[in-house]
Design a protein. Structure first.
Length: 134
């Protein structure tokens, strides 16, 4: 006889499942929505974390730049080059970047909160569908 694959036992069991034991279409659709929603939440979390990292980096840079004496020549990277830019101009750019990133982080948080509520509703709906199946 041919050697048996370890998963053969599960395959044979799956082959014998009847259509009555298959999950209803509503359960599959809800599961897909849950998975899609969870993925969107993870993406927003990653985006929010990256924005918070950018904010911390800008704050630390501004702190160090404030310690530089007035009149010291400062440079800003532009692509692969550096341009001579005044300290105040760099600080203004950092402040504007922090404000923008903070606004985006707040928008991410609001979207995440909304998606978490949707997720909770989907879980409840899935539980209700599961109770109705029994």
């Amino acid at each position: 006889p041919p050697p048996h694959h370890p998963d053969d036992r599960h395959r044979r069991h799956d082959d014998h499942m009847s259509a009555a034991n298959a999950p209803p279409k509503a359960v599959l659709e809800l599961s897909q929505k849950l998975n899609s929603n969870a993925q969107a939440i993870r993406q927003l979390e990653a985006q929010k974390k990256a924005l918070e990292t950018d904010i911390r980096r800008a704050v630390i840079t501004a702190h160090h730049l404030n310690e530089v004496k007035e009149g010291t020549v400062t440079y800003k990277s532009v692509g692969k080059a550096y341009m001579c830019v005044g300290r105040e101009e760099i600080l203004e750019g950092l402040e504007a970047g922090v404000k923008e990133a903070d606004g985006e982080a707040k928008a991410c948080k609001a979207s995440m909160d909304r998606l978490v509520k949707v997720q909770e509703g989907l879980v409840k709906e899935l539980q209700e569908v599961g109770k109705g199946k029994r």
